[in-house]
Design a protein around this ligand. Sequence first.
Ligand code: NAP
Length: 285
Amino acid sequence: MTQRIALIGHPVAHSLSPAFQQAALDALGVDARYEAWDLLPEELPMAAERLRSAELLGANVTVPHKQAMLRLVDRPDALVERVGALNTIVRRDGLLHATNTDVSGVLSALEAAGASPRGLRVVLLGAGGAARAVVVAMRVAGATSMVVANRTPERAASLVELGGAAMPVVTCALDERDPALEAAMAAADLVVHSTTLGMTHGPDEHATPVPARLFHPGQVAFDLVYVPERTPFLAAAEAGGARPLGGLAMLVHQGAESFRLWTGYEPPLDVMFGAARAALAARAR
Ligand code: NAP
């Protein structure tokens, strides 16, 4: 029987996950099909029931359903509880187990680039769903401190409790003229961008929340946005002397961890990166 893995989101047509997950399944000869399910919120209970059938290995869950699916699974793990969102479901013994591989995806991407967050002072720009996984990842990895800057202050404030004594989290305005943001950028070793600015089809494809003058050499600038591969944020970081890291590595690493959980196989990272880059290039044409 051909097994199936679902990608649950809305919309999902733009996702790169089907391309690189299917390439990985095919490369290892796993008889499974990775398929996109574009669902409205009211369709999620029906989707959870479908996931319980024997032919389903599990699912990825993406925007905007990462929180709503929480109440429909049986066994959320400790990471899901901490982040408050899931992105991976694995069907095991008839039960839906959930985890959040965005956390390990962030860390694997940074570690693969030789930029482990241990001991680093971090600025996080944005405070949406992905930002929550970033805060948990930085705390797990031993970052020293974090400043969160977001357009909506209440949302930034909601991330403070995810920090703790080992990694205090404070907030400031997402305004390049704000002295608190200028000071935080001057002190930061690692700047993580998690707003949708600069993203193709986002609110402003040409915008970066911080200009080149706020970056400095020796700093790492990590953009979660992966379409386009070179974003306005990364261009500004490079112009300011910082080291730019794009979001594709996080995307592939979080998917690789999900793949490992569904199939039990070591994910073929080179195949996944190749397929993701090819899908991205095809989209840019
Ligand atoms: P989200 O929950 O919708 O959060 C969006 C964030 O962008 C919020 O901080 C929001 O600020 C900010 N924002 C939106 N429009 C803005 C504007 N005009 N000016 C300033 N800030 C604005 O989205 P998400 O799930 O966190 O995703 C954020 C980005 O990360 C997306 O580009 C997504 O593709 C990317 N991502 C990448 C990966 C990966 O594997 N590389 C994984 C997850 C997400 P407010 O709170 O003020 O609205």
